[in-house]
Design a protein around this ligand. Structure first.
Ligand code: MOS
Length: 744
């Protein structure tokens, strides 16, 4: 953020208020129009035919049978797919995923689209896809992370270093009084947002209108324009409502582009919606991991060495490797620390970012290992964590821009009732004879920020419209950003309208990396500040204004007026009216403060406490309490923030106990590709989940002091649940999710 931006008005009435979400009523009454709700005239329906094999070639289609189905209009295969301006396998930008757009007959994973059938009705297209009956030449497929040959990739995540170290871990391990070495396994997961990937594509000459859910409309516009050879401003992406993304919609996926190509092929509007089973195919997932933690411990309980090594999986043809070990460079103080990765390639779809990509699985392994180290030393796991609190970021030595983790430990422990927890496992039981255990995990997530722009328009009636291509993906961004806009403009919330979710608006960055409120909010803040400055210049230059001659610097905007702080005020509408202006507009931009980010580590922190009850005969695990305390800088809307944190914590519970996409070694396909067999927690699996907000002020992270709450909840929680299971039973399970048969 540029220097010289005004501080947030202390009079700001909107930020910090727990208002209900703006989109709530539209969503629960069905008025919210999602992509698949769009029905342009002449609409056709497209259905993907997914590969049944994981590796090999398509040798034939029964095109005659498919076309003979009444209502089938066309079948799109590699033979007739409209041409592309770019090879979908080309890395045309630093962060671009390779896509399967029917470029040839090769099969790279089960579920890969091999054809698209277009019909007058959905039923006709589905029947046509069934009748297409592709024939395959199958080759042996490998989907087992343990059986593949590892290698060291060039980067992990979206360009992060594969290895980081500070100090000599091997030397510190060799001389440590105690050593703990443990290996943990996590399963593949699939995002499964409530709204599947969907696209409605309408071509008008060489202009394209696309209704599709997206976490980043500007990126989607660039990628789609590039593939089609169109100027970006000829591609209009609309994404006003997104029914969850969790990373799966951060990048345009192949099926979305196939829907656009199908519309090109037939010259009519086309809708393509993935089925739930197809969501387990071509739109990304969280790959499995194998993680080894090595800790060297001094007699006084301090960590002398911490090494976190992760094996992560990707596809044969692209390079997203989940950075599972990376977070361990930033959580606990250690004399020496290193984080390293190795990768394997499997015959699976390319994984993609998924809520807490790397942090979620890495935190699970780290928090279990920390717990095992505490047990080795006979220390209370919370006391052990406090003892090894990182005052500076261990891997870099940088100070934190702010870090209220100790206050999170205090608040969470007090609320949960940690004091008095017996050290030994298998010490507690409930009145039903179930074994009871209490566990803790430290939560952490980096505070990212990206570039964004926004524009603000103040009308003569004193109402404002703020526009930017931000994303309401169910997380409440539309509401929180409008709160930021109201305070920046000094207007009551009721006077501010926010327009988002379209690529024709200024690029607001993506709703990803828990960065959206910080990034888009900072741009809104900048636009609002610029608009108030224009307004102030008009007022102070106007002899008729009560503020005439006042210095701009002392003015602030609140309650729909400019104020001099001495009782003098001039309403926004009055300033415009006297100037004879129908409206004034201002733009603002935001970018991360590179100097502050070079000198400081920036992260949100938290402490999660879990209680479980385990049936001693059946091994059935019930989480009975879950309390998290989080410090994430300024909280724009406590109600929405808690909702994000609670949602993340539920996913953490799910990571520990429920979710696993099971690759079938015989077919290479995910065998449990539906929400019946892919276990997610339902209400009966959940206790009352509580998220406490711990006060934290941060003047470096961005002008708003906002850190982000979207992903941190999943970290800490999974480890806390696993540690509670150990405390209940005395059995340490290191393969996740923990299964009933592990404990019975
Ligand atoms: Mo989220 S995994 O950063 O889209």
């Amino acid at each position: 953020m540029a220097e010289g931006t005004a501080p947030i008005s202390p009079e700001g009435a909107a930020i910090g208020r727990p208002i209900a979400r703006d989109d709530g009523v539209a969503k629960v009454t069905g008025r919210a129009r999602y992509a698949a709700d769009c029905r342009p005239p002449g609409l056709l329906h497209a259905v993907i035919a997914p590969s049944r094999i994981a590796r090999g070639r398509v040798t034939a289609f029964d095109l005659d049978a498919a076309m003979a189905e009444p209502g089938v209009v066309a079948v799109m295969t590699p033979a007739n797919r409209p041409p592309l301006a770019e090879d979908p396998d080309a890395k045309t930008a630093p962060i671009v995923f390779r896509l399967d757009l029917l470029q040839d007959d090769r099969i790279r994973y089960a579920g890969q689209p091999v054809a698209v059938v277009i019909g007058e009705t959905l039923e006709a297209a589905e029947e046509g896809a069934f009748r297409l009956a592709p024939a395959y030449a199958a080759e042996p497929a490998l989907v087992d992370i343990d059986a593949a040959e590892p290698f060291v990739p060039e980067t992990v995540g979206l360009g992060a270093p594969v290895e980081r170290r500070r100090g000599d871990v091997e030397a510190a391990l060799a001389t440590a009084a105690h050593r703990v070495q443990r290996r943990y396994e996590t399963a593949a997961q699939v995002h499964n947002p409530l709204e599947p990937h969907a696209v409605v594509a309408v071509w008008e000459g060489d202009r394209l209108w696309v209704d599709t859910p997206s976490q980043n409309v500007a990126r989607a516009q660039r990628r789609i324009a590039g593939l089609l050879g169109l100027p970006p401003d000829h591609v209009h992406i609309r994404s006003p409502f997104v029914g969850g993304g969790f990373g799966a919609k951060a990048f345009p996926a192949g099926p979305q582009v196939l829907g656009i190509l199908a519309a090109r092929l037939v010259g009519r509007p086309v809708k393509l919606v993935l089925s739930r089973a197809q969501m387990f195919g071509a739109v990304g997932h969280r790959a499995p991991t194998r993680q080894t933690l090595r800790l060297g411990l001094a007699d006084d309980g301090t960590i002398a060495a911490l090494a976190h090594h992760a094996r992560v999986a990707s596809s044969r043809f692209d390079d997203f490797f989940e950075p599972a070990a990376a977070l361990s460079g930033g959580v606990y103080a250690a004399g020496a620390v290193e984080t390293t990765h190795e990768a394997v390639r499997l015959d699976i779809a390319t994984p993609v970012v998924m809520r807490g990509p790397g942090e979620a699985t890495g935190s699970l392994a780290l928090e279990c290992a920390i717990d095992e180290a505490a047990a080795e030393l006979g220390l209370d796991p919370l006391a052990f964590r406090r003892l090894n609190h990182a005052d500076t970021e261990p891997i870099s030595g940088r100070p934190f821009s702010s870090k209220a983790l100790r206050a999170c430990y205090d608040a969470g422990a007090a609320r949960f009732g940690w004091a008095g927890r017996p050290l030994a496992p298998r010490s507690l039981s409930d009145s039903d004879g179930r074994l009871v255990g209490l566990g803790i995990g430290t939560a952490v997530f980096p505070s990212m920020m990206f570039q964004a722009e926004a524009r603000a328009l103040l009308r003569a009636d004193g109402a404002a419209i703020v526009e930017l291509g931000a994303h309401e993906i169910g997380q409440g961004a539309a509401t929180a950003l409008r709160q930021i806009a109201a305070d920046a403009l000094g207007l009551p919330l009721s006077a501010v309208t926010l327009r988002t979710g379209a690529s024709d608006l200024p690029d607001a960055g993506g709703a990803a990396g828990s960065s959206h409120t910080a990034t888009a909010g900072s741009a809104i803040h900048a636009a609002g500040t610029a608009l108030v400055a224009r307004l102030a210049a008009l007022a102070t230059a106007d002899p008729a204004s009560p503020l005439h001659g006042a210095g701009n610097a002392v003015l602030f905007a609140a309650d729909g007026a400019l104020h001099a702080g001495d009782g003098r005020r001039d309403p926004h509408a009055a300033v415009l009216a006297r100037a004879g202006l129908g409206a004034i507009e201002a733009r603002g931009a935001a970018a991360p403060d590179r100097a502050a980010r070079a000198s400081h580590a920036m992260a949100a922190h938290g402490a999660v406490f879990a209680e479980v009850a385990v049936d001693p005969d059946l091994g059935a695990i019930r989480v009975t309490r879950l309390v998290g305390a989080f410090a994430a800088g300024r909280i724009v809307n406590p109600r929405l923030a808690r909702s994000q944190l609670v949602g993340g914590m539920i996913w953490g519970l799910s990571l520990a106990l429920h979710e696993a996409a099971q690759f079938d070694p015989a077919t290479g396909a995910i065998a449990n590709a539906d929400l019946g067999a892919y276990r997610i927690p339902v209400h009966a699996d959940l206790p009352f989940v509580e998220a406490l907000l711990v006060a934290e002020e941060d003047t470096l992270v961005n002008p708003l002091g906002v850190k982000g709450v979207g992903e941190i909840g999943i970290t800490g929680t999974a480890g806390a649940v696993a540690n509670a299971v150990w405390h209940a039973t005395g059995v340490r399970i290191r393969r996740f999710p923990i299964r009933i048969e592990d404990l019975a």
